[in-house]
Design a protein around this ligand. Structure first.
Ligand code: WTA
Length: 650
């Protein structure tokens, strides 16, 4: 390894973006407008006057009626752009059509099998309008919820934008979840319509989505219609009076559709995320503030220009895809890639071939993907011309300095700054992140975005430097979640109860003496498997729902590539034998209940689990065992002998 890269690994070296990158960047142009000289001054000025900052950027979008105030902050409730009339779909599509940009390509879609489609803004607008009209015809309007369960096909953004256009609230469920998880989310959101497809292929294997959905729809009383996209050409059974083909209901619809005028604070979507209990939380985002937050961060963090080709290689089923594949790039009017397949199928050159083929300028992925490519070796990216890339991004979990340096060297050719963006489903937009003008330290997400104030606190609420603690946010931001759907108490309890008027992120982090933030991971019972948030409680309740399981405890086991793998400890009911076959059955059961992402890699049968005297499972002890660490103080255990049982099981 060259000497300068070795130095980078020590985390002491600071990587400075080149003069060219700094000068040309959107953030520098913006700073020049206000005669702001440097990064420090930018942060100071924006933090002193957040309303001024956000007002300036909100004005770059189009409002049907202007807002009266930028912010009303009544902790823990924030309202942004009060009394403004707005619609995100108008800004993502109608505005560009009106401004004569209809011929520009909005999405370049590439299917798993290599098929491609280029979709212009005009085409997307027409498709959205037709589907929005079809939804209206089914009686869907402002405030109704629509559940969407689709793979990465072009109809997914079309369906989301169509909902937004008519003021309906979408709830997208990741297609890698199994239908049971979909059922739970449909029922919580009380959706009237569900949208799915006959099926799709994943690594060449056919997944019959509609057939799986049929199994659960008798348990979703609010659903009146299921709209089915003919994607894989599977011969599916259509349920009379309930099921409708997408192509049939849109066929004769007008290509024009009136956009619903919404309030800034009207809900745009619900997105479910794992929490500390078994029940996923429906995070609610709104039209106005959400749009301004994601528009601004994509513009300033990823520095997109008119002619850039942007590729956020995430799934639209997660927040990263909602914010930075669907909405923000369209708000900016750029061209994005949507890739249906997996990064190493049919071979590990797949992503780099796409970068070369479409001359991608800015590329955003997760550390787990980078670590997977490190394993395959540099020969794969080296086969392709990656010189079009100007800027890189990382999201989803801490990026270890080794992976940072590999990414910098082999994908960024030692020229491209890496934007390590920390944020969450709840935050909607990047909150702690570098800008292209920030000096970087490999492994650090650098500093809070302008106007955002973050801190690290100990249990007593004292601010810490150079020590791990609770990562909190002290100021509201436009795209913050407004509530948990139909559960306002849970919103307050989860995020606003630990420290007065501060948002508790649930992450542990450290702030160094230069003010740089280093995210360490989740502090609650949430796992991060290949960057996906999975609640231990969700997996445990899936296991316990299997007839022979008496009790289960789930913890994360460190994994070189995925960050964590799921390890489950299971107590069987009497009369059931602990066999390998049963382990496989249980893995399959969790897969069917939640989805492939939540399948435990390891299952161990035990007679007992370490518990406190009040009967709570001590996951800390199990976790220490799994990691091979000292279990620490076990004096509060009601059954210390259970710890020996864990030893035997491992
Ligand atoms: C983790 C994904 C370290 C973190 C956008 C957070 C990160 C959770 C980073 C949210 C990062 C996200 N560095 N950790 N750059 N970005 N995380 O809701 O633990 O799927 O709380 O949103 O991912 O996951 P979510």
């Amino acid at each position: 390894m060259p000497k300068d890269l070795e130095a980078l690994l020590k985390e002491e070296r600071i990587f400075k973006p080149t003069k060219d990158i700094v000068e040309k960047s959107n953030i520098t142009q913006w700073m020049n407008k206000y005669k702001i000289k440097n990064y420090d001054e930018l942060l100071k000025k924006a933090n002193d006057n957040p309303d001024w900052f956000w007002d300036d950027l909100a004005k770059e979008l189009e409002w049907f009626e202007p807002y009266k105030n930028v912010l009303k902050w009544d902790p823990p409730h924030a309202e942004w752009f009060l009394e403004g009339k707005f619609n995100i779909a108008h800004n993502a599509l109608d505005r560009h059509i009106k401004n004569g940009k209809g011929d520009k390509i909005a999405y370049i879609w590439e299917g798993e099998d290599g098929k491609t489609r280029k979709i212009t803004y005009h085409q997307l607008w027409c498709d959205v309008n037709k589907f929005a009209n079809a939804l209206r015809e089914l009686g869907i309007g402002k405030g109704d919820t629509v559940s969407i369960y689709l793979p990465m096909i072009p109809e997914l953004p079309v369906a989301m934008l169509a909902c937004a256009k008519i003021g309906a609230v979408h709830s997208v469920v990741f297609s890698g979840f199994w239908a049971k998880a979909f059922q739970e989310r449909v029922n919580d959101s009380k959706s009237k319509v569900a949208i799915t497809t006959d099926g799709f292929t994943r690594r060449g294997k056919l997944i019959p989505l509609k057939e799986n959905v049929d199994d659960i729809l008798q348990n979703t009383p609010t659903i009146k219609n299921l709209i089915v996209i003919n994607n894989a050409g599977i011969d599916v059974k259509m349920h009379e009076g309930r099921d409708l083909w997408w192509h049939e209901i849109t066929e004769n619809m007008s290509e024009e559709c009136e956009t619903e005028v919404m309030d800034s604070e009207d809900p745009l979507f619900i997105l479910y995320t794992s929490g500390t209990t078994g029940k996923p939380k429906g995070v609610v985002h709104v039209h106005g503030g959400y749009a301004v937050g994601i528009y601004t961060t994509l513009k300033f963090v990823f520095d997109l220009n008119e002619d850039d080709i942007w590729w956020c290689a995430a799934d639209i089923g997660w927040i990263t895809g909602h914010s930075y594949i669907v909405y923000a790039p369209l708000l900016l009017g750029v061209t994005s890639i949507i890739f249906e397949g997996t990064p190493d199928y049919p071979d590990p050159g797949r992503l780099w071939k796409i970068v070369e083929g479409y001359k991608v300028n800015v590329f955003y992925t997760a550390p787990t993907t980078i670590r997977m490519f490190m394993k395959y070796g540099p020969k794969w990216p080296q086969k392709y011309d990656l010189s079009s890339i100007r800027l890189l991004g990382s999201v989803g979990e801490p990026i270890n300095p080794e992976a940072w340096v590999w990414y910098y060297k082999y994908i960024g050719r030692e020229k491209c700054p890496i934007m390590d963006t920390w944020w969450q489903t709840e935050t909607g937009m990047h909150l702690i992140t570098p800008l292209p003008i920030s000096p970087l330290k490999p492994g650090s997400a650098v500093m809070p975005f302008p106007t955002v104030q973050a801190d690290i606190l100990d249990d007593m609420g004292r601010s810490l430097t150079e020590k791990g603690g609770h990562l909190v946010i002290k100021t509201p931001w436009p795209s913050m979640l407004r509530t948990i759907y139909r559960n306002p108490q849970r919103y307050i309890k989860t995020y606003w109860s630990a420290f007065k008027n501060m948002y508790l992120s649930g992450d542990v982090a450290r702030k160094d003496s230069d003010g740089y933030f280093w995210i360490q991971g989740r502090e609650d019972d949430v796992l991060s498997v290949a960057g996906h948030r999975i609640g231990t409680a969700e997996v445990e309740s899936a296991l316990v729902s299997y007839e022979c399981v008496a009790e289960a405890a789930v913890v994360g086991k460190p994994d070189e590539i995925k960050g964590e793998e799921i390890a489950a400890f299971v107590i069987l009911k009497d009369n059931f034998k602990p066999t390998q076959e049963l382990k496989d059955t249980l893995k399959y059961h969790v897969r069917v209940e939640i989805g492939p992402v939540a399948t435990p890699k390891y299952i161990s049968f035990v007679d007992d689990l370490p518990k406190t005297r009040s009967g709570k499972i001590m996951r800390r002890v199990i976790k220490a065992k799994v990691k091979g660490e000292d279990v620490g103080d076990t004096s509060t255990l009601a059954n210390p002998e259970a710890v020996d049982g864990l030893d035997r099981a491992l």
